[in-house]
Design a protein around this ligand. Structure first.
Ligand SMILES: C[S@@+](CC[C@H](N)C(=O)[O-])C[C@H]1O[C@@H](n2cnc3c(N)ncnc32)[C@H](O)[C@@H]1O
Length: 357
């Protein structure tokens, strides 16, 4: 039987449950839990190129449905959902227009993220259906979802492969200015970009180091799609296809890897770093351009990316200390960790001790 003490406790519980902060917490949790609804609506809007269709001015849901092969009343409801969070605006009942927030969803916007968002719907959201597999095993869930490891899948599905390169380019376009502003590349003479994708970052870096030559290194079918020629830098930049776990282009004084190590386990990352150590000049330096996780609860995009890297590839974003430990194992000493105006940091390291065989 409940005594007077219990009765008092129950009353306090009731009081605290109906108090404002508790209610706010409930609402916030429901909002976070429903976040995927907005994410899926955004993925689909990017896939359907709604922003391109609105570039010339507002259009009705009926017109947009006609152009995208969708069901007009349903499209109206999806666009209304997005307009409620600032992506698009309902200019008149059933008619939608662009907002400042929606602009980079256009394919032709200088900072477009359309391909990244659309592919996020096809690959990332799909893989996240198996997030629990990653959580229980520590393995990435991409293979469970698509039947192949990610890089093989992208090779065998060239349209997704090209879209992945474009997505990386979209990230790099947003981040490259911050990276080249934060780090002085001007005294480098031979810059080797390992896992450099289609060369977007290397082009930006070579423009900052007019005396330097460059080497773009990535998987053979990826470097085939490089954009070095169209940037007018073909005479200063070699393009080499190969395996990051094999022999890397040698003789550089500056090696860089952006968003590469985060896709691999610690053992694989050490093996890649040792490859760089073997290939580079003894007086060279290495730059890891990655999302370095800050300590504690500090809000930072690296934390969600870290969870995403686990689910997608069994990879991980790392803290500064974790990068220092990896580099130490592979024969490097960290000289600086430089924050940039973007979510990326630059971890600079130099070789120490004997060159590994
Ligand atoms: C996340 S992307 C980063 C691309 C580029 N550095 C950037 O930031 O835009 C990782 C890159 O690693 C490359 N990669 C994956 N496995 C590789 C391998 N075994 N050998 C060489 N490159 C590889 C991919 O093709 C891809 O371009």
């Amino acid at each position: 039987m409940a005594g007077p003490d219990n009765a008092t406790t129950a009353t306090e519980d009731e009081r605290s449950m109906s108090s404002e902060p508790a209610l706010e917490s409930s609402l916030r949790l429901l909002e976070i839990g429903d976040g995927f609804i907005y994410a899926r609506a955004l993925h689909l809007a990017a896939e359907l190129r709604i922003a391109d269709l609105l570039a010339q001015g507002p259009r009705s849901a009926l017109q947009l449905a006609d152009a995208t092969g969708t069901h007009a009343p349903s499209l109206h409801r999806m666009l209304r959902t997005l307009a409620a969070c600032g992506v698009f605006t309902e200019t008149a009942p059933g008619t939608f227009g662009m907002t400042a927030l929606a602009q980079p969803l256009r394919s032709d916007h200088p900072h477009s993220v359309r391909t990244t968002v659309a592919q996020g719907g096809r690959l990332t959201a799909e893989t996240f259906r198996h997030a629990e597999h990653a959580l229980r095993t520590g393995e990435g869930a991409f293979e469970k979802t698509f039947g192949q490891p990610v890089w093989e899948y992208l090779k065998e599905h060239p349209k997704e492969g090209t879209d992945f390169d474009t997505a990386m380019q979209e990230h790099s376009r947003v981040e490259r200015a911050a990276v080249v502003e934060a780090y002085d590349f001007s005294d480098a003479t031979r810059i080797v970009d390992i896992g450099g994708g289609n060369g977007t970052l290397l082009v930006a870096v070579l423009r900052e180091a007019p005396e330097a030559t460059g080497v773009l290194f990535d998987l053979p079918h990826v470097v085939e799609r490089n954009r070095i020629g169209e940037s007018g830098l073909a005479d200063r930049c070699a393009v080499v296809g190969g395996d990051i776990f094999g022999e890397l282009p040698s003789g550089g004084d500056l090696y860089m890897m952006k968003s590469v190590l985060h896709g691999w386990t610690d053992d694989q990352a050490v093996s890649i770093l040792e490859g760089c150590r073997r290939a580079m000049r003894p007086d060279g330096r290495l730059l890891l351009i990655e999302r370095v996780i800050p300590k504690g609860d500090t809000p930072h995009a690296s934390k969600a990316f870290d969870f995403a890297m686990l689910v997608m590839a069994g990879g991980q974003e790392r803290t500064g200390d974790e990068y220092t430990a990896l580099l130490d194992k592979a024969g490097f000493r960290v000289t600086r960790v430089i924050g940039t105006a973007s979510v990326q940091s630059v971890v600079e390291a130099v070789p120490v001790g004997e060159r590994p065989r």
